[in-house]
Design a protein. Structure first.
Length: 262
């Protein structure tokens, strides 16, 4: 007679423990068995068996005593990103916004109290910024997060729940932020979608010596956000128009002319 399954051996329990182990790797760097045990609270023997099984399945990779996310997870993550309707609609517009401005471009959504970054487009400066696809950042401390919070459904009919800063974002459709993790970097973000039906937000990020918090740099961000929303809703995009001459000293001043969104 087959022994009855224990609570820890049911499929649901096993999936929960696998999720617990994989969530331990939410961050840069590798982890040892001891670190996984501390982060998950699992017994050492159970954590070790699960880690080794995940290595066999290519979900994790082991080098010596260290574990890191494996190639299979990278493959699945890449597939998920490319199948995501929002990412597919936004990707060409993000690249065009980067070409037009010369700044790093981010796409993010609100997940709980955090911004979850779905895409990042940029040149040399992008490698100097700590953000990455799949990373999180507190929404209240980021321009993308403020753009999302100001337009979320729960605040649609109750402006008193918004801080003065978020009320201003609601009025102007743009959020500004000085980076708290990279000194001398400014960020301008705009929501994708109307108040109460926002789906995401995008931003440009660049050194404050060039990026100014004014209409010249806010306008292309708003237009790009509107273009993404039109693409998602199936509305035709208006014809692009030639950009205005860039100001001397802008990171994109020497770039080839590109198109901005009307």
């Amino acid at each position: 007679m087959t022994a009855p399954a224990t609570a820890d051996s049911t499929p649901t329990a096993i999936l929960e423990r696998i999720s617990l182990v994989l969530d331990a790797f939410d961050g840069p760097g590798r982890l040892t068995l001891a670190q996984v045990v501390r982060r998950t609270g699992l017994p050492r023997s159970s954590a070790h068996r699960m880690l080794e099984r995940l290595v066999e399945m290519r979900w994790l990779r082991r080098e010596g005593r260290d574990y890191e996310l494996g190639t299979r997870l990278m493959e699945l993550g890449s597939i998920a990103v490319h199948q995501n309707r929002l990412h597919s609609a936004a990707a060409p517009i993000l690249h065009e916004l980067h070409r037009t401005t010369g700044y790093v471009v981010h796409l993010g959504v609100l997940d709980g109290s955090d911004v979850l970054y779905l895409d990042k487009v940029g040149g040399r400066l992008a490698t100097e910024l700590p953000t990455r696809v799949g990373s999180r950042y507190p929404a209240h401390n980021s321009a993308i997060g403020k753009a999302l919070l100001a337009y979320t459904p729960h605040s649609t009919h109750d402006l008193t729940r918004l801080t003065p800063e978020l009320r201003k974002v609601r009025e102007t459709g743009v959020a500004y932020e000085m980076s708290r993790v990279s000194g001398g970097v400014g960020i301008i973000a705009a929501p994708i979608g109307p108040v109460g039906d926002v789906v995401a937000a995008l931003s440009i990020c660049g050194p404050t010596s060039h990026l100014k918090f004014d209409h010249r740099h806010a306008a292309p961000v708003r237009m790009a956000a509107n273009a993404v929303h039109r693409s998602l809703t199936g509305r035709p995009r208006t014809a692009p128009v030639a950009p205005r001459p860039r100001h001397q000293g802008s990171p994109a001043a020497t770039a080839q002319p590109s198109l901005q969104y009307a």
